[in-house]
Design a protein around this ligand. Structure first.
Ligand code: EPU
Length: 432
């Protein structure tokens, strides 16, 4: 198990370059399965989840190779299997995206159902009803989804009204781009990560209209061609560093970002009393006093992202006054709270609402990460706290953040990580 150690209580100063988006890039890798030819994707973050997806593409027969540090070449001309290995789907739910791509290109896909995970139950029923609407016969047997279609045909569908699902929108879009006729997806997700996938597909020759709206119209084409495409910056990583600045104080500039993807986050930082400046591709946050308490509810884009709710919770934990956080997407997203309380946070949890009474200082403690975002919240807690914090389960952070420890060290944080021999072995394997 990897561990991160922090000697906290020091403000953060300096600049940090943000990597490509995890959740924006994973769909691009799956989408490349639709293409006979070479796809070159720039701004690919060097993180474990991307490596798991690369392993998945290779298991299906695609050739994948990093041709520069963050530039990945994928050639999916010769796919040898339409069955996704269970071990890879189990590792990372995002790999379920290969279902839509394989079904779209070959009319056939066998992908293990990803099951629940620590942040909530996370079913894939919307994905499956989308495939069915396109004419596929979808069965679930022994934990595996089997989807088959002689021919996929465009259809008009309304995605479930309870949520605007990122994953289902992407998966159905992947299945529909080569289908015959027109597909209309209503109540589609408008996240920047979904738009990124739409733009990649458009560049590869897909006919998709309504980009950025919640009604997407896809006119099926016969074939897609290889292209070169740049993935978007990771707004969650950028938000993490800005919220870290608020919790630990300091003056932090995140570079290579897309500020227009982050309006709601910048607004929250300002409401919490930070000074915020932004330009075409940077955001600077300055924090020299305790933040103010705030109220926020998570929501699909352009609302406040659930992925940054745990980090916002740390800001609230050290704020002056009482912060109210409501989680509306994943019921398990408050997993970090009991650990943060071990660091002196005063938090009461009632169903999906956390009432956080800010304290002047957190103190260091040994804590354990249960998922990527809970892990980053505990690192932020450690940066803001007096004394030593040890975050175990830090392998979750390597799934979603490129070189988090190195980037924080550059901002002056006293932070180190220890890897087990097994972690090192796994990491070396990805750099092939
Ligand atoms: N939902 C269903 N049925 C479905 C699909 C979704 O009930 O078939 C529900 C979910 O249970 C949830 C809500 O709809 O309550 C929204 O889920 P969504 O499908 O939008 O989430 P996702 O596609 O599984 C992606 C990100 C998550 C991020 C969410 C919300 C990827 C690989 N994952 O998940 O990222 O939290 O959207 O924005 O893009 C992370 O990066 O740490 C992470 C968990």
């Amino acid at each position: 198990m990897a561990t991160i150690r922090i000697d906290g209580g020091n403000p953060l100063f300096g600049e940090v370059t943000i990597s490509g988006s995890k959740n924006g890039t994973l769909p691009l890798l799956a989408a490349s399965l639709l293409i006979e030819g070479e796809s070159v994707i720039e701004n690919v973050p060097r993180i474990d989840d991307i490596n798991s997806m690369i392993d998945m593409l290779r298991a299906l027969g695609a050739k994948c190779e990093f041709i520069e540090h963050s530039v990945l070449s994928i050639d999916a001309t010769h796919i040898t299997s339409v069955s996704a290995p269970y071990d890879l789907v189990r590792k990372m739910r995002g790999s379920f995206y290969v279902a839509g791509a394989l079904l779209g290109r070959f009319g056939e896909a066998e992908v293990p159902l990803p099951g629940g995970c620590v942040i909530g139950s996370r079913p894939v029923d919307f994905h499956l009803s989308g495939f069915r609407a396109l004419g596929a016969v979808v069965e679930e047997r022994h934990g595996v989804m089997q989807a088959r279609a002689e021919k996929l045909t465009g259809s008009h569908m309304y995605m479930d009204s309870r949520y605007r699902s990122v994953g289902a929108t992407v998966n159905v879009m992947l299945a529909a781009v080569l289908a015959e006729g027109v597909t209309v997806i209503e109540n589609a997700s408008r996240e920047p990560e979904v738009i990124c996938c739409q733009q990649f597909l458009q560049q590869a020759g897909a006919d998709i209209r309504g980009t950025g709206t919640d009604i997407i119209v896809i006119r099926g084409v016969n074939k897609l061609h290889g292209c070169r495409f740049r993935s978007i910056p990771d707004r969650m990583e950028a938000g993490t560093f800005l919220l870290a600045c608020g919790a630990a104080r300091g003056d932090v500039t995140v570079r290579a970002v897309e500020p227009r993807h982050m309006g709601v986050v910048l607004n929250l930082l300002q409401r919490a009393g930070l000074r915020v400046e932004s330009g075409a591709d940077f955001v600077r946050a300055i924090s020299d006093t305790r933040p103010h308490a705030f109220e926020v509810t998570t929501a699909p884009y352009p609302g406040f992202p659930t992925d940054l709710q745990p980090n916002a919770g740390v800001l609230g934990a050290v704020a002056v006054g009482t912060t109210v956080l409501q989680e509306a997407i994943f019921e398990g997203r408050f997993n970090y709270i009991d650990e943060l309380k071990r660091m002196g946070a005063n938090i009461q949890l009632k169903d999906s609402v956390a009432i956080i009474r800010g304290v002047p200082k957190l103190y260091g403690a040994p804590v354990e990460a249960s998922d990527i975002r809970a892990g980053s919240a505990l690192v932020l807690g450690g940066l803001a706290a007096d004394g030593y914090t040890e975050v175990s389960g830090a392998e979750f952070l390597a799934r979603g953040y490129e070189d988090l420890v190195g980037k924080l060290q550059k901002l002056g944080a006293a932070i180190t990580s220890t890897q087990t021999a097994e972690d090192d072995k796994a990491r070396n394997a990805w750099h092939r």
